[in-house]
Unconditional design. Structure first.
Length: 394
């Protein structure tokens, strides 16, 4: 923010300086220039009362979480123009600021912002925006109850309120049930108790690419199949899985294409053949292997891997890397003890060594042995030094 806000301009005009200012503003710091100068303290702002252009009162605490910058104007409390979402959702209001008058947000929520200003009157709920918002929410709830009676099978999690038409709509998306952690036992949309057995949607990820250079033994197309991929991040009721395949049958294919979006884009860009398919889509409690199909795919020249085997191998590699790094840290700690002894370690090194001792990575016997080796090395070094000095004198 290049320009000083109105609050800072007024305080400087009154003779205040950065180092000496009223108690109702925060101390000047390295961020003050970015925010336009002085800012009200949280306690003072909470006591302030503002008014919308139509006269509704707003508590100053409403803007404790930030402000808006739009059309080169900083709509802040310090500039006496903080914005609030109009509870009437009225676009083109003549009382509103010209820059905000026709600005509305797109989507199901109709958002029209109003510029407020400070008023020297006590806060009153009966004249406040809070009361209008409460009445609006009550009317919205009444519309939902009416919508529920007419629609019969509805779920609140799948209902949305269109503020432009002031009507409720339901968009059933069982994928949302799988993503959320509601764990409902009864589905009002399906109209039945959900299956207590949990599972997932499994599919085989098949990739086909054309070989760039054909040789005598090379095939025209290289096909790889990664089997038993999971569509969902966690297991859910089998009824939800079946509903997903019924309502969102393209979900496995979309996830497969999303995983290889980069390869698909560049293959099309460079005129190369690359295809991704989600095949053998099914609902199961756990992945089952078809050995006969695996053999048939291998005989057809396909590269076949299983997701469980891939994850197990990755887990094993990760465990081996961790163990290798752990052994390297232990060797380094022992080397430090051998060089400097426990009493000569730096504070950070001593902290790491003590943690290894607490975890049992280094035993007391090993430390005693290292200290003993260090003492013997020092004795040998001293004897060698004395012999060299004696030879020098002779």
């Amino acid at each position: 923010m290049k320009e000083l806000n109105l609050l800072t301009q007024r305080l400087f005009a009154e003779g205040w300086i950065k180092e000496k200012h009223p108690d109702y503003v925060r101390d000047w710091n390295y961020t003050s220039k970015f925010y336009g100068g002085f800012e009200y303290t949280r306690e003072h702002q909470n006591r302030m009362v503002f008014s919308t252009p139509c006269g509704l009162l707003v508590k100053g605490s409403h803007w404790n979480s930030g402000h808006m910058a739009y059309m080169g104007v900083n709509w802040t409390v310090e500039n006496d123009n903080p914005t609030i979402c109009c509870p009437y959702r009225k676009a083109g209001c003549e009382q509103n600021h010209p820059l905000l008058r026709d600005r509305t947000a797109s989507g199901p929520s109709k958002m029209v912002f109003c510029a407020c200003h400070e008023v020297d009157v006590p806060y009153c709920y009966e004249r406040s925006i809070e009361k209008v918002s409460d009445e609006y929410n009550q009317r919205k709830e009444a519309l939902f109850q009416s919508f529920a009676r007419d629609k019969k099978r509805i779920c609140r999690h799948h209902c949305y309120f269109d503020e432009h038409t002031e009507t409720w709509v339901q968009r059933y998306d069982p994928m949302e049930c799988a993503r959320s952690h509601t764990d409902c036992h009864y589905c009002t949309i399906l109209g039945k108790e959900l299956d207590t057995k949990k599972g997932n949607i499994f599919y085989d990820l098949k990739t086909t690419r054309k070989t760039e250079e054909l040789t005598l033994f090379a095939k025209e197309y290289e096909v790889a199949i990664r089997k038993d991929k999971k569509l969902l991040e966690r297991n859910v009721s089998l009824d939800i899985c079946r509903a997903i395949l019924k309502v969102c049958p393209d979900a496995p294919q979309e996830k497969a294409e999303g995983k290889y979006s980069r390869e698909l884009y560049f293959s099309e860009y460079h005129g190369m053949y690359f295809k991704v398919e989600a095949v053998n889509v099914r609902v199961e409690c756990r992945a089952s292997r078809d050995l006969e199909q695996d053999i048939a795919d291998a005989q057809a020249g396909y590269t076949v891997t299983h997701e469980a085997d891939t994850l197990a191998a990755a887990k094993q590699q990760k465990s081996e890397r961790r163990e290798k790094a752990r052994q390297a840290r232990i060797r380094k700690a022992k080397k430090l003890i051998l060089q400097h002894g426990m009493d000569g370690l730096l504070e950070t090194d001593l902290y790491r060594v003590r943690r290894m001792i607490d975890k049992g990575l280094i035993t007391g016997e090993e430390i005693f042995s290292l200290e003993h080796q260090r003492t013997e090395q020092q004795s040998v070094e001293q004897m060698t030094l004395f012999q060299e000095e004696g030879n020098a004198h002779t």
